[in-house]
Write a protein that binds this ligand. Structure first.
Ligand code: CP
Length: 340
């Protein structure tokens, strides 16, 4: 019996594999109902989901807002720049806890000066103080609902994922980005028994605690986890590829102001060849293979338009699945029962 009511969702590591599988099952049922022109049960009737956005969003905001509304609840969009940012996080958390049935928090990238760990600290403080479920809508470290939706798409497209090769690769971009999606993807894919390859140039190492968790996940699930510093070697025989830029470990450790964005981008410029094109997909990857991306994608930088708009790309279905994964996440944590 899976019981997620009242639980936080800070990373997919917080939930058991059974709980994640159950959430995906519920997401698929919601998708099926909506695609047939129906509406899922109003399990959040008269419930408030306060969504605190310290950082902007297209998909995450839109999906949670629409999902809470479809489930009969009220999605309260809070642009944190319009709140009393000078007060202690614990005081703000205490207030929202009394108004809300669930709280979402997004805090990452330039809104924490790219300092790795600073966003997670805020999300963790909300979770510590609030009694209602806290959903991490992306911080510097994790993006759980993204990971959940992405594995749903991968399963939809390639069937059984166990033993399939999933290459999560650094890709060139002219702007610094955080690594929450990368790290969440590494975590959930290794838990689902995938043979995960993390490819990046030297200097772009991810959080060693995530690497440790991914190795343990792979051992428990019968999957694999390997790091490669060679783009083409990483792509060899892959069933799935996710090309995505993230900052160097030193930049994310000290933050943008101290390190300098110009200095960071100069490092990226040395690796412009880490850009996925259709030749990589056709010549190096398995057949069939899919190309994923959490979006926004840096078109022409991380990957060419030809790839992103091409026959292997699943990016829009992935964004659609993420809508239902988010719907399932708030339904299961905020409603006592989800009758389906
Ligand atoms: N994938 C994702 O989190 O997109 P947004 O930044 O637009 O929310």
């Amino acid at each position: 019996m899976v019981e997620l009511y009242g639980k936080d969702f800070i990373t997919t590591q917080d939930w058991s594999v059974d709980e994640l599988v159950h959430a995906i099952k519920v997401a698929r049922k919601f998708k099926d109902i909506v695609k047939k022109g129906g509406r899922p049960p109003r399990v959040l009737d008269r419930k408030n989901f306060f969504m605190l956005f310290y950082a902007p969003s297209t998909r995450t905001r839109g999906a949670f807002e629409a999902a809470a509304s479809i489930l009969g609840g009220h999605p309260a969009f809070i642009d944190v720049s319009t709140t009393r940012m000078e007060e202690a996080v614990k005081d703000a958390a205490k207030m929202y806890d009394s108004y809300a049935d669930g709280i979402g928090v997004r805090i990452l990238d330039k809104y924490i000066d790219f300092v790795y760990g600073a966003g997670y600290k805020v999300v963790a403080e909300f979770a510590r103080v609030a009694k209602v479920p806290v959903i991490n809508m992306a911080c510097c470290t994790y993006h759980p609902t993204q990971g959940l939706g992405d594995i749903m798409t991968v399963e939809n497209k390639i069937g059984k994922v166990r033993g399939k090769k999933y290459t999560i690769t650094w890709a060139y971009s002219s702007k610094p980005r955080g690594r929450c999606s990368i790290q969440e993807e590494v975590l959930i894919a290794t838990r689902f028994g995938m043979d995960v390859v993390l490819a990046h140039p030297k200097g772009f190492e991810i959080d060693p605690t995530i690497v440790g968790a991914a190795k343990r996940n792979a051992k428990e699930s019968g999957g694999g986890f390997k790091i490669s510093n060679d783009f083409e070697e990483g792509l060899e025989g892959a069933n799935v590829v996710f090309p995505r830029s993230w900052g160097t470990s030193e930049f994310l450790r000290v933050g943008a102001t101290k390190f300098g964005v110009g200095k960071e981008v100069a490092v990226y410029n040395k690796h412009k060849d880490w850009r996925l094109d259709q030749r990589h997909v056709e010549d190096l990857m398995a057949k069939p293979a899919i190309v994923t991306h959490v979006l926004p994608v840096m078109r022409g930088e991380e990957a060419t338009d030809e790839v992103m708009d091409g026959p292997n790309s699943v990016i829009y279905e992935q964004a659609d699945d993420n809508f239902y994964a988010k719907m399932a996440s708030i339904a299961l944590t905020m409603a006592k029962e989800v009758p389906l």
